[in-house]
Design a protein around this ligand. Structure first.
Ligand SMILES: *[C@@H]1O[C@H](CO)[C@@H](O)[C@H](O)[C@H]1NC(C)=O
Ligand SMILES: *[C@@H]1O[C@H](CO)[C@@H](O)[C@H](O)[C@H]1NC(C)=O
Ligand SMILES: *[C@@H]1O[C@H](CO)[C@@H](O)[C@H](O)[C@H]1NC(C)=O
Length: 507
């Protein structure tokens, strides 16, 4: 009895709703049924836009079928750009005429069936809602609930910023990223504004000029990422306005240590104290140690370590006390971090260190060159090789110049004047001998003897001023020594073309 009465009520309600539905949608449905009725024979009585309007089906087809409504997908994500019109669907299967739809944003009701409660939304006849001109405030979780079963579908709407930076298609705007050495990454700057916007990238404050096709897309491709790619990337969407959108991403790069030394050969003497320098950079933080003859050196009376920081790199200095023959040979400076490890080799000997070119003057075909050499032992001899580009053999000037000195440490300056027989590109190198042996040859120094005198000045100016620092007599102490040397009258101790000048500098 009770059951029958309930069904009757239900049927009545359904009929009423059905009536209401038809009334509400009277005009659009009429047009469509007219058109469709000409060409198609739908089994369905309602020839409207198909499954969208299941709710409008005549109640007698479905009312008691019993299966509850459900969604094919219970969670949806929608990405939108600012200004877009966004439709959120509520496309339930088995939607019955007795079902009602309720829209929530978070926990707030925003639409009751097709009647919007919030002025941000417009209800649509198929239970979808429309948000016009979305902004980032519209981002959030929207719920479409089918009542009375309370079957829900969650739609997460994300409205992007006016500009966003994507790294490998993920939004990283105003965040930081850590890359690994050797990686490949793509940074893309997107704006959701008029097409007039031109995208401008900068890296560590410098405008990035990439290839035209890349900049057009606002893309920076980082191939084989390395230390130099670390920094702040900023993107500006220049739309001509006073407040153009912009964003940034900070890139950190993890790389295996880069290890070097500015003195590959270190001269020392019996009983002296030797210092060997190991320069490195690393990220993340690295540890360093020295190896000799396959053994890691432990701190002791003999060995000590000094850590310091120089021009953007860390320096570990190994100090060896009371040197004897057994301490000579090759030392490895080993530096490692979470990414990898690298080594630099340093050779300790009694021989002079490799000479370094200091500077030169050119006067017509007369060339005066200066080199610097470190040797605690007196220099006994120096040899200068020179040749014109294209010739196979070196011309050699060997000058024996033995001077007695009563100092026990310092830098030597070698000066030589040549009268060159031809103009063109010349190469020169020097090696020296002390009481213990020969040094290596210096790296070639290349210089051009120009065709006309007027350009000679230019050549002088082209000499790299930082040659000594780079070449390695540098370091904090050596740098000072080198500049002190430059203040001395060059070639003041000329002797048979080549002179060896003792400088009373202790390092
Ligand atoms: C509901 O109607 C709107 C407007 O006609 C349409 O864009 C949308 O796709 C419809 N939704 C479904 C689920 O069909
Ligand atoms: C290397 O230098 C950085 C400073 O740039 C410092 O934070 C770090 O502790 C140094 N590492 C070592 C091992 O000295
Ligand atoms: C060697 O030492 C003596 C005495 O100390 C000094 O007079 C002389 O100038 C020194 N010679 C050189 C070349 O430095």
């Amino acid at each position: 009895m009770i059951k029958a009465r309930d069904s009757t009520w239900l049927l009545l309600i359904c009929l009423l709703i059905g009536q209401f539905y038809v009334l509400c949608h009277g005009s659009p449905i009429e047009e469509e049924t007219d058109y469709q009725g000409d060409d198609y024979d739908y089994g369905d009585t309602d020839g409207d836009d198909g499954d969208n309007l299941e709710g409008a089906d005549p109640p007698e087809n479905q009312d008691l079928s019993g299966s509850p409504p459900y969604f094919d997908q219970t969670e949806l994500r929608i990405e939108a750009k600012p200004g877009d019109d966004v439709i959120l669907n509520c496309d339930a299967r088995n939607f019955q005429i007795n079902n009602a739809v309720m829209w929530y944003k978070g926990t707030t009701i925003i639409a009751n069936g097709q009647n919007s409660v919030s002025n941000r939304v417009e209800g649509m006849k198929n239970n979808s809602i429309l948000l016009r001109g979305v902004t980032s405030h519209d981002s959030g979780e929207y719920n479409c609930a089918i009542l009375p079963q309370n079957v829900r579908q969650i739609t997460t709407l994300r409205v992007g910023a006016r500009l966003s930076i994507l790294c490998d298609d993920r939004d990283v705007t105003d965040r930081s990223q850590t890359f690994r050495q050797g990686d490949h990454h793509k940074l893309e700057c997107r704006t959701y504004l008029s097409a007039e916007t031109s995208i401008k990238w900068s890296f560590n404050g410098q405008r990035v000029e990439s290839s035209p096709e890349d900049t057009a897309d606002g893309i920076i491709v980082l191939d084989n990422v390395d230390e130099m790619n670390a920094g702040v990337y900023q993107c500006l969407g220049d739309d001509g306005s006073r407040d153009p959108p912009h964003g940034m991403v900070t890139i950190d790069v993890h790389y295996s240590p880069k290890v070097s030394t500015h003195r590959h050969h270190v001269n020392t003497e019996h009983g002296g104290t030797a210092e060997m320098y190991c320069n490195y950079r690393a990220n993340p933080i690295a540890i360093s140690f020295f190896i000799k003859d396959g053994k890691t050196l432990q701190l002791s009376e003999k060995y000590s370590i000094k850590n310091s920081f120089h021009n953007g790199h860390n320096r570990t200095t190994l100090i060896v006390k009371d040197v004897d023959v057994g301490d000579l040979g090759e030392y490895l400076c080993h530096v490692e971090n979470a990414i990898g490890s690298n080594e630099a080799k340093i050779h300790l000997s009694y021989d002079p260190e490799t000479p370094q070119f200091e500077d030169m003057t050119i006067d017509g075909t007369k060339v005066t060159m200066h080199w610097l050499v470190r040797s605690l032992q007196p220099l006994s001899e120096a040899m200068l090789d020179y040749k014109l580009t294209g010739s196979y053999t070196w011309s050699t000037v060997s000058v024996l110049q033995t001077q007695r000195h009563n100092q026990t440490g310092g830098i030597w300056k070698i000066t030589h004047q040549l009268d060159l027989p031809a103009r063109g590109l010349w190469h020169a190198r020097v090696k020296t001998r002390n009481t213990q042996g020969w040094s290596n040859f210096s790296p070639d120094h290349d210089f051009r003897l120009a065709d006309d005198d007027a350009s000679n000045e230019l050549i002088d100016m082209n000499l790299p001023p930082d040659q000594i620092m780079r070449a390695g007599i540098g370091g904090s102490v050596g740098g000072g020594a080198a500049s002190a040397l430059q203040q001395l009258p060059a070639g003041s101790f000329f002797l048979a073309g080549l002179s060896v000048l003792w400088l009373r500098l202790r390092l």
